[in-house]
Design a protein around this ligand. Structure first.
Ligand SMILES: Nc1ncnc2c1ncn2[C@@H]1O[C@H](COP(=O)(O)OP(=O)(O)OP(=O)(O)O)[C@@H](O)[C@H]1O
Ligand SMILES: [Mg+2]
Length: 262
């Protein structure tokens, strides 16, 4: 392919990605409206109750008022959290991939999460491959993937729960697995868990796995579920080894601006 042709094809790909994202944002917007309606209704109802209690000032009970205000506070926090997640999803920051030793990277993340797990009586285990092909990831974005999977696992397993994070080198890919011994995903939900706003949790936004999958795919990888209903869920991330080779090529001197090479 000539440089002009390859630039054209890169432009077409970028345009297709933009279109895809626009379509996605449309779906997201309707999901967002749905998610916002409930807390907003609850805020409105509680404010109306406070107003009518204040109108009958003699019978006004400060403890009941405080309870209502706390409820409003909680709902407003929930709304802010939904919006933050939504914005992170709709406007992802630019990828800045770095060649990374996955074992070390995961170990750092796990150490950070260990105290919280210990407090909840959950064992956080590692089963790392001794040698692992370096991969190219954006550490800040990829953290969202691992953290979302760990939080889901933590929420799924009860006390005496176990979460095992393992790494393996496959022929063309490097694999990370986050396995838990919780109840697993209900078979009828398996198809839906990666959808935006699909959640079975009372306070879940249902963005965690959608965000995680999108980030993994932006790294050229895939994220999928290996489910054992009743015995646990395992989320598998596979990243292509090839992205490291691309990095090696990137280092070779090339003509053209940095933008043209992307
Ligand atoms: N480890 C797991 N075990 C069992 N079910 C899971 C597990 N991880 C995810 N799920 C199911 O997939 C659904 C979607 O997960 P996702 O992380 O996208 O959203 P959420 O955890 O419900 O909310 P959020 O992550 O936005 O706070 C969950 O509600 C749950 O039903
Ligand atoms: Mg989640």
């Amino acid at each position: 392919m000539s440089p002009a042709e390859s630039r054209k094809s890169a432009e077409r790909l970028a345009e297709a990605r933009r279109q895809e994202r626009l379509a996605y944002i449309g779906t997201l917007a309707s999901g967002l409206a749905h998610e916002i309606r409930n807390p907003l209704n609850s805020i409105k109802l509680n404010v109306e109750l406070i107003e009518s209690e204040l109108a009958a000032a003699q019978t006004c009970d400060p403890a009941a008022l405080r309870k209502r205000l706390a409820r409003i506070h909680g709902e407003a926090d929930q709304l802010a959290a939904i919006l933050n997640e939504f914005l992170a999803f709709a406007r992802p920051p630019k990828m800045e991939p770095l060649v990374t030793d996955l074992n070390q990277y995961l170990e750092d993340l796990l150490e950070f999460h260990e105290p919280e797990c210990r407090k909840a009586g959950i064992a956080l285990k590692r089963d790392f491959a001794r040698e692992l092909y370096p991969v190219r990831i954006d550490p800040a974005q990829f953290k969202n993937v691992v953290v979302n999977l760990l939080i889901n696992a933590r929420e799924a397993v009860g006390e005496q729960g176990e979460i095992t994070v393992s790494t393996r080198e496959l022929e063309h890919e490097v694999q990370i697995r986050v396995a838990d011994n919780g109840p697993g995903v209900k078979a009828s939900d398996e198809e839906r868990i990666f959808e935006v706003f699909f959640s079975t949790k009372e306070r879940g936004t249902g963005l965690g796995l959608a965000i995680a999958r999108r980030i993994v795919e932006e790294h050229g990888g895939r994220l999928f579920l290996e489910n054992r209903p009743g015995r646990g869920a395992t989320f598998v991330i596979r990243l292509p080894k090839g992205i490291f080779l691309e990095f090696e090529q990137d280092k070779e001197p090339k003509s053209g601006t940095a933008d043209e090479r992307r």
